[in-house]
Design a protein around this ligand. Structure first.
Ligand SMILES: [Zn+2]
Length: 261
């Protein structure tokens, strides 16, 4: 049987280069059609590019994660540009304001905003879609996307946990959302309200492994093959079969990232 699932957002750097290469050599056995690797920092840019060189079932998007933004962000983004000719997108980029609502964090927030906006411009220059990490920062992200006039049909909100109003703004402007294993948690919150509403053709699925392990494996290391639990849960919510859910979300990912495979 041909493998169906695409994990549209995972990290393999915790496995090291050899471990990652071994993992991607076993995708058939894990029913994974393709892995889209998210990048966060110069170290995983290099590792992900090496993994992609070894497998045509792996594609990579490159970005400086908001929590990796430091005083040397301009230098890092200069370096990032060298990867963009081989990238399927820019990400994960965005803003993470979790626990930063006090004065001492203002400088860090300002740096995050500068680095995010700069990367949005880079995506425009290289004609690439963007993958957004958004934590407690939806309005600030929306603001930057609007004033840069970024094409919203080329925006994917990864690990989407925002509310219905946010989902409506994204979908009505042509954007995409990605659901992770969090949707399998007992307290899936907003997702149980947005997932039934978001049109199937605008959703993709991910693990964000090694983080956010889905039920029934919570507390253990997450792996890309567990994306099937996200597909199962979404299939249940959308009243479709698992196979249809896997196939549709995979096709959405290929379309969004412009991958011919
Ligand atoms: Zn991630």
């Amino acid at each position: 049987m041909t493998p169906l699932l695409i994990d549209s957002h995972c990290h393999l750097d915790n496995l090291g280069l050899n471990g990652a290469l071994e993992y991607v050599s076993q995708l058939d056995a894990k029913n994974l059609r393709m892995l889209l690797l998210a990048s966060t920092h110069p170290n995983d840019w290099l590792l992900n590019s090496q993994v992609a060189e070894h497998s045509d079932r792996v594609r990579v998007y490159y970005g400086l994660h908001p929590l990796e933004v430091s005083e040397r962000w301009e230098e890092d983004l200069e370096h990032l540009r060298t990867y963009l000719p081989h990238a399927i997108g820019v990400g994960e980029i965005g803003l993470d304001f979790h626990g930063t609502f006090d004065k001492e964090h203002i400088p860090q927030i300002k740096l995050q905003m500068k680095a995010f906006e700069y990367q949005v411009h880079l995506a425009q220059r290289y004609h690439l879609p963007i993958v957004i990490h958004c934590r407690d920062a939806f309005f600030a992200i929306k603001e930057i996307l609007m004033h840069t006039q970024f094409d919203l049909s080329r925006v994917l909100f990864h690990c989407f946990v925002e509310d219905l109003e946010a989902a409506q703004w994204i979908i009505e402007n042509g954007g995409f959302v990605s659901y992770s294993g969090v949707i399998t948690f007992k307290r899936a919150g907003n997702m149980l309200e947005t997932a039934p509403w978001v049109p199937l053709e605008r959703m993709v699925i991910e693990t964000d492994s090694p983080y956010l392990t889905p039920a029934p494996f919570r507390g253990q290391h997450n792996m890309p093959e567990y994306v099937r639990y996200v597909a199962e849960k979404l299939a249940e919510i959308k009243h479709i079969s698992f196979a249809d859910c896997a196939k549709i979300t995979a096709e959405n990912a290929l379309r969004f990232f412009n991958i011919n495979h």
